[in-house]
Design a protein. Structure first.
Length: 268
């Protein structure tokens, strides 16, 4: 099939896009490439972004190259050019092990690439995110490669001969992503702060609940029937069976919780 039918951007959109996308005009490649065995309902990894992330893509390039000793050479070259544009516009590349780069990579690659398996042709991916500050993302890119290098250089005689006769190239697709669709470090920090606030609020609620326990209060273990300082006797509902086999048990006050918040530990 002709991939062009799935494209939603044109080369002209790249240069005017307010993002890190000008690198696409200097890396070569093409904007239309023939592939086989790909359908919109079950796209190959190479064109998956066009089918699933079309609203996020602001530019793309395709490469079909002769077999070399390094099938990821194009992807690595593109990463270098992307980094240069990022730096020239006052940005920096996010560390690969950071939350921003990792979340972007997991989303645009993640399970989209089939496992390597035992074959000598395989899919691989490279991605990067450019930021100016913790709150400002400038863009991202992903390169997806169908690597036939090992088939031609390390396969048996038949495989090497077939790869050369069939002229199976190593193919790489490169995509530039809109910056406003990539999570920033500030968003992760805000999320973590919100979680911490929620945890503190929940802890205070639980502490108040334990402090105000009275006979008749319902807890996550049952109903309070007696209180002796830090110890509380609980009547177990008929549908439960505590470890001691009795209908009541004693629990420390500070491990009880509101009903439905946590499982009962029966004082353990």
């Amino acid at each position: 099939m002709i991939v062009t039918a799935l494209l939603v951007a044109s080369p002209g959109d790249v240069t005017s896009a307010p993002a890190i996308a000008n690198f696409l005009t200097s890396i070569g490649g093409d904007t239309a490439m023939k592939t086989s065995g790909s359908m919109s309902s079950d796209p190959l990894p190479q064109i998956y972004p066009l089918v699933r992330d079309e609203s996020e893509i602001i530019g793309y390039r395709f490469f079909a190259e002769k077999l070399t000793a390094n099938g990821s050479a194009t992807a690595e070259r593109v990463r270098g050019v992307f980094a240069l544009e990022c730096a020239a516009k006052g940005g920096r590349i996010e560390p690969e092990d950071g939350e921003v780069a990792r979340s972007f990579r997991d989303r645009v690659l993640g399970r989209r690439l089939p496992p390597r398996g035992s074959f000598k042709h395989f899919w691989s991916g490279v991605s990067a995110v450019c930021v100016r500050s913790p709150s400002e993302v400038m863009g991202g890119f992903v390169a997806i490669t169908f690597d036939n290098t090992e088939l031609a250089t390390k396969g048996d005689i038949g495989a090497r001969l077939f790869s050369r006769i069939s002229l199976m190239p190593t193919r790489t697709a490169v995509y530039a992503y809109r910056p406003d669709r990539i999570r920033s470090a500030a968003s992760f920090q805000a999320q973590q702060a919100a979680r911490r606030a929620d945890n503190v609020a929940e802890q205070r609620t639980q502490e108040a609940f334990r402090h105000d326990l009275v006979v008749g209060t319902e807890t996550n273990c049952g109903i309070v029937i007696q209180i002796r300082g830090p110890m509380v006797e609980i009547a177990v509902p008929p549908v439960r069976l505590p470890p001691n086999g009795q209908s009541t048990f004693w629990s420390k006050r500070d491990i009880l919780a509101l009903p439905g918040i946590a499982p009962c530990t029966y004082g353990l």
